[in-house]
Design a protein around this ligand. Structure first.
Ligand code: SF4
Length: 340
């Protein structure tokens, strides 16, 4: 195994650094590009409580990833992570793990007014909050539940007041909300929150993805630059998913996550753990590796370490770099099952 100092490297010599932990496959939104309501209806077979990893099991696995496999950053995802009961308790457990440098969470923001303070005091550092428009009508259609823009803006305010660092994620899809790019950019420019635009991705198999609906990074930057000139800035670290830009003459910045038009697989150091304990080595994986069964069969930390090391060592994922007509239609795990 090519590992040293508890670091593990895959086939393309990419280290394992980030672990994204989905704590539930449930969500109170039905965003059309992630969890369309017509598929994820009342009869959808969501995971049962008994199938979910307990917080103790997640804590144990996180310790193995951090202490023995080089993971430094943890991101909590879902579905909507705040749909899982007592989430601050899990954050507290993870925050106590020596070696965890950063704990972030991806959320739709709607439940933050209730939980922001307890999440912060439990040790959460940052939140990425999804908002795809400032127009109720447009946003209501996208989130599939007519949730108002104000609901999410209240979540953003609650996070800020609790002292959490806030980033805003906006998924852009042609014909859905490209006209919202400039209003969103203007609105968040002076709010001090980094707004990140995300290209519409062929995640899972339910969002009717089509390349013609992708509004590319080039188009997004052009739309903004024509009105508010931008300049490119260097990444904060190797493996950062967003390309960074700054408004000329200011420190305010935006980011673009361009999985389709400018893939970033060459530095991808992310693994994903689903709420039922499956390890996925790519957002567009077709299959995962079961870690719940070994845990519940009393595997030792060494055995778990060895298992994950073998999985990562063989990892050749670079879906976005190799995306082709055929790959976009193959069976893939749903994003709501493993988090973005
Ligand atoms: S497509 Fe897969 S390998 Fe590429 S950046 Fe995304 S998660 Fe990483």
């Amino acid at each position: 195994m090519n590992s040293n100092n508890n670091e593990v490297y895959d086939y393309f010599n990419r280290p394992l650094r980030d672990l994204r932990i989905s704590v539930t496959d449930k969500c109170n939104f039905r965003c059309t590009y992630c969890m369309p309501a017509e598929i994820f209806g009342p009869d959808y077979p969501f995971l049962k409580k008994s199938q979910l990893l307990s917080y103790e099991e997640i804590e144990r696995l996180t310790k193995v990833f951090v202490h023995s496999l080089g993971v430094q950053k943890i991101r909590i995802t879902g579905g909507e992570p705040l749909m899982r009961k007592d989430l601050p308790q899990l954050i507290e457990k993870i925050n106590k793990i020596k070696g965890v440098e950063d704990i972030a969470m991806t959320t739709n923001g709607s439940l933050l007014p209730k939980f922001a303070t307890s999440l912060k005091s439990a040790g959460l550092k940052r939140v990425s909050i999804s908002l795809d428009s400032l127009q109720d009508e447009v946003f209501g259609k996208i989130n599939g539940r007519d949730v108002s823009v104000k609901t999410v803006l209240d979540g953003i305010d609650a996070a800020e007041q609790a002292g959490l660092k806030v980033k805003i994620n906006m998924v852009v899809k042609r014909g859905m909300n490209e006209q919202e790019i400039l209003p969103m950019a203007k609105y968040f420019k002076d709010k001090g929150h980094i707004l990140r635009f995300i290209e519409f991705m062929d995640v899972g198999n339910t969002n009717k993805w089509n390349l013609k609906d992708v509004y590319s990074k080039k188009e997004i930057i052009q739309d903004i630059h024509e009105v508010m000139p931008l300049e490119a800035i260097d990444p904060n670290y190797t493996g950062e998913v967003a390309t960074r830009y700054r408004y000329k003459g200011s420190n305010e910045e935006i980011g673009v996550i361009s999985s389709v038009s400018d893939a970033f697989c060459s530095t991808c150091n992310r693994a994903r753990l689903s709420a039922n304990g499956m390890l996925y080595t790519c957002l567009f994986s077709s299959k995962g590796h079961d870690l719940r069964e070994p845990i519940r069969s009393d595997a030792t930390d060494e055995q778990l370490t060895d298992l994950v090391e073998k999985i990562w060592f063989k990892r050749k994922d670079r879906y976005s770099l190799d995306r082709s007509e055929s790959s976009t239609t193959r069976k893939k795990i749903e994003m709501s099952h493993i988090g973005g």
